[in-house]
Design a protein around this ligand. Structure first.
Ligand SMILES: [Zn+2]
Length: 260
């Protein structure tokens, strides 16, 4: 039941077309009329996957193992800098997808793809089977992206970083900066006599992402006593700020600074 709960948020995502959600729900409950299910109903059937024409069709093969489908998952996940790892069950894919959403760039675009990709794969399978029309994997990817753009036609997507902006472009989504850019005037004053001032900064490329931390220690005349900058591993922007603070304190201690 715990695994089932993870389906709910993904399948009934606000903004998804009802027919897409219904498809997701049927997929979740293993109710799609794929060949393996039709056989379970005691209907004799010669089965062949319409997407690769190499293996027998089953829900697992069609959505998770078929080379055609894996190529689509792999290519779309790559845009989020995520590697396709393969999953034994759809519900495991969904659970993983939802967990991944907590840390992924452009979470809003990530979530609906868990359903939109299988939905377009199923449509492609039906077109090949019943209409004898076949599209390339590139064309299915374009259909996935256009259904994603349709999903976000009315809801603005806000980006918080350059990485998110680049990703939104690669997904053909119109994005807006999270906040309007403003010009803020800043001032800096030297510390008083016999005191030292530490200024620090930390940032991450993505959140989480690769982080860097740096800072400068200055005396009462504003002369730099020590400057530092370092790579701080993978983390959040808060982590990067704290890293810069602790590294700065460490440098102050090594300089025997007593009034910081
Ligand atoms: Zn196949």
């Amino acid at each position: 039941m715990a695994a089932l709960k993870s389906w709910v948020g993904v399948v009934w995502l606000k903004g998804l077309q009802p027919r897409v959600s219904t498809f997701g729900w049927r997929l979740a409950w293993n109710c799609l009329p794929s060949d393996d299910l039709v056989r379970k109903w005691q209907v004799p059937l010669v089965s062949r996957c319409d997407l690769c024409r190499k293996e027998q069709e089953s829900v697992h093969h069609l959505f998770l193992a078929c080379e055609f489908s894996v190529k689509i998952w792999t290519e779309l996940l790559m845009r989020f800098e995520v590697r396709w790892e393969g999953f034994p069950l759809m519900e495991e894919l969904f659970s993983w997808w939802k967990r991944k959403a907590r840390t992924i760039l452009l979470q809003k675009a990530w979530l609906p793809l868990a359903i939109l990709i299988p939905y377009q794969l199923w449509k492609e399978r039906n077109k090949r089977r019943f209409e004898n029309r076949a599209a390339s994997h590139g064309s299915v990817i374009r259909q996935v992206l256009s259904s994603l753009a349709e999903f976000y036609m009315l809801i603005p997507i806000y980006v918080r970083s350059v990485s998110e902006l680049t990703l939104s472009r690669s997904l053909h989504l119109k994005a807006q900066p999270y906040q309007q850019q403003r010009i803020i005037e800043l001032s800096w004053a030297s510390p008083v006599q016999e005191e030292v001032k530490l200024n620090i900064g930390g940032c991450s490329l993505g959140n989480p992402g690769r982080t860097g931390a740096g800072g400068v220690l200055r005396d009462h005349e504003g002369n730099p006593m020590r400057c530092f900058a370092s790579y701080a591993g993978v983390g959040t922007n808060f982590y990067a700020e704290f890293e810069a603070f602790f590294v700065g304190i460490h440098h102050a201690m090594s300089l025997h600074v007593e009034n910081l």
